[in-house]
Design a protein around this ligand. Sequence first.
Ligand code: PLP
Length: 367
Amino acid sequence: MSRTALATIHLGALRRNLARARARARAQGAQVMAVIKADGYGHGLERVARACADADALGVAALGDGLRLRSAGNRQRIVVLSGPDEAGDLAELRRLDLDAVIHHEAQLRWLEADADARTLRVWLKIDTGMHRLGFDPAQVADAHARLRALPNIDPDIVRMTHFAASDEFDNASTHAQIACFDAATASGVGPRSLANSAGLLGWPAAYRSTNATNWVRVGGLLYGLSVVEGRSGLDFGFEPAMTLSTRLISVKAVAKGERIGYAASWECPEDMRVGVAAIGYGDGYPRSARAGTPVLVGGVRAQVIGRVSMDLITLDLRNAPSARIGDGVTLWGTGLPVETIAAQAGTIAYDLTCGMTRRVLFVEDED
Ligand SMILES: *Cc1c(COP(=O)(O)O)cnc(C)c1O
């Protein structure tokens, strides 16, 4: 057990991050959907949902996630962000009391053909420039009116869109997306939803509630993940919700000129101590992490040298002279932003937290 890689999930950090997001949203009169797709960005669907009891709604990627949450006894409002995949999903959405995002014509026809008397809550997604999911702006007034005409659809239809580049706080394309959304929704009334985490930080005009409720859909910031390149979640006052750790299982002296690991890619510049920690790409630590990627050994910064293996990584211990076998090694989390590791691995923080494998033992920390 002691060798197992541990992902410690900080429930208090999740709760405090949600409270921070809510305070910002509330300042503009907006409500908060906590986005917990991809198993809560890798932190665990059910536990993140429990920590987000104060959210006004939860957002999941697919119907199966909603089923999991209802099976676990969750009674919150839950929005299925991709909506029904086939007509047969509508009865299940109704049975489970899940909101459906409707983003294309075929889904609208399934709804029009559906005589089920149970009320379904619907979000209408508009493609304002990202060109992934959503109705063309020109179709929106008609789609909205058709939905409003259906007796088994809740009339409080939330019109929504998703930003492509809101992480750049001065990006003209976000201004264009907001203008496009405003034009497409000018006729008709009802709630609106535009902003994701970066929108919450940088685009308050996108979630100011004037005549109707506005919803912010917050993912990354809940987990303390930065949504802005070159910054960490901490820079915006959000705390990391996952700490990934393991132990040092070997320390040895290696002579100057000797090479470390597969492909002998790293050469010792002097006689030095090399540590081995029990974690690798088989746990979800990125194989692409370059030599020089930082870790904490007993709280002291050391760095990865050589290639990341399946079960092991090798560490330069010159900076940690007191490091001993059995010492705790932190790969990311409290004290070491996951964004730093992501930058060294050529990816983003979301990719790392979503990538933990089944071998990693998840534990909960109330704080
Ligand atoms: C993932 C997602 C979000 C949350 O995005 P973050 O940038 O992580 O806050 C919001 N809305 C939709 C539709 C999404 O798919």
